[in-house]
Design a protein around this ligand. Structure first.
Ligand code: HEC
Ligand code: HEC
Length: 294
């Protein structure tokens, strides 16, 4: 049917096809093998990361990365707020992976300049050996995989309750306050309606005479009455309740002992933005609680 030459060509073609297919199949399984190996490697890294995290990080960032008020921000929100903020405000061009890696390796300042309302008792330590910390590069990598894995899983949907901030408006009528809920807000066992803790406790002790960033609020109901009676008082408040309210919504209206507590002339070290993080109910409850401190 075919002459010899044609048969040879067909034979060679078939042989070539078989070879190509065989190589292709070996290559495919190799590809799968690599993928499986990489998945395993990644799983192992995440597992190691979880272990290191529990040892070194959970005290400040919470066992589930939920954050610890006054100690460290949440790392498991699905969105890295600081990273998003940097990208938005400072044209930050690094990847999220590098951002996380660098934050861990080199540590971070005590307070993000771009998040003035967040106050932490201690700065984020430096962790990599390169910067004098205890962790090896591979351990840092494991931590990065572990934290990125939270991001991949995504955040549980956070319900956004109807929230209207009370801001700095001192004339807005407040609902009746509940001192117990106020105490809970103070302790931050309960987050505010906004979901943002106001961290009063990070700056104010309730032990008499103990100064953190701000003065102790032990006996503030009594102190408040003295403040508005003093000749140097320049604020609007007529009652202790009003004084406490003004202190929270407009810290700059009257600054206690400016030598100690002013960040700059006329500017309190207490953030003037706390009213933006609380509802009228939150504010009323906090005032009701502070009024029990006689
Ligand atoms: C002593 C408390 C403390 C410990 C322990 C700690 N951190 Fe932090 N961490 C912080 C604080 C405070 C910040 C925020 C600093 C700032 O305001 O910029 C932070 C920031 C971060 C950030 C950046 C978060 C963001 O949204 O910008 C990452 C990532 C991080 N920490 C990971 C870790 C890991 C991983 C460990 C364990 C190896 C760890 N931290 C241990 C206090 C801590
Ligand atoms: C970043 C630190 C910081 C945070 C957070 C903070 N404060 Fe203050 N607070 C200060 C400082 C500093 C002063 C003293 C200067 C002044 O009068 O503004 C002060 C003053 C006050 C006073 C007046 C005290 C007095 O002796 O007259 C009250 C009341 C008060 N704060 C309540 C609160 C409450 C409630 C919160 C939480 C919602 C809060 N603060 C959060 C730093 C802080």
């Amino acid at each position: 049917m075919f002459d010899l030459a044609t048969r040879r060509i067909i034979g060679a073609t078939v042989l070539m096809l078989v070879t190509v297919i065989t190589i292709g199949m070996v290559w495919l399984t190799e590809e799968q093998r690599m993928a499986r190996y990489e998945a395993l490697h990644k799983a192992k890294a995440i597992e190691n990361g979880a272990f290191i995290y529990e040892q070194y990080c959970s005290t400040c960032h919470g066992p589930q990365g939920e954050g610890v008020p006054g100690k460290g921000p949440d790392l498991n929100p699905g969105v890295f707020r600081h990273y998003e903020e940097l990208k938005r405000t400072q044209n930050y061009a690094n990847s999220l992976r590098n951002f996380i890696k660098l934050s861990i390796a080199a540590g971070r300042p005590i307070r993000s300049t771009y998040r003035a309302d967040e106050v932490y008792a201690e700065p984020m330590p430096t962790w990599s050996q390169e910067f004098g910390g205890p962790l090896r590069p591979d351990q840092i990598e494991n931590l990065v995989e572990f934290i990125l894995n939270w991001q991949a899983a995504g955040a549980p949907p956070t319900p956004t309750p109807a929230f209207e901030a009370v801001g700095s408006d001192l004339t807005r009528p407040l609902p009746p306050g509940d001192p117990q809920r106020g105490k809970a807000l103070w302790d931050q066992e309960v987050k505010q309606a906004s979901g943002v803790p106001a961290s009063c406790k990070a700056c104010h002790s309730l032990k008499p005479g103990e100064t953190i960033v701000g003065p102790s609020l032990a006996g503030i109901a009594t102190t408040a009455a003295q403040r508005i009676g003093a000749p140097d008082y320049k604020g609007q408040a007529k009652t202790p309740e009003e004084y406490i309210r003004e202190s929270i919504q407009q810290p700059n209206a009257y600054i206690v002992d400016p030598n100690q507590f002013a960040a700059a002339p006329g500017v309190s070290k207490m953030p003037a933005t706390l009213g933006n993080q609380m509802s009228a109910q939150d504010l009323a409850d906090l005032i009701a609680f502070l009024m029990t401190l006689k």
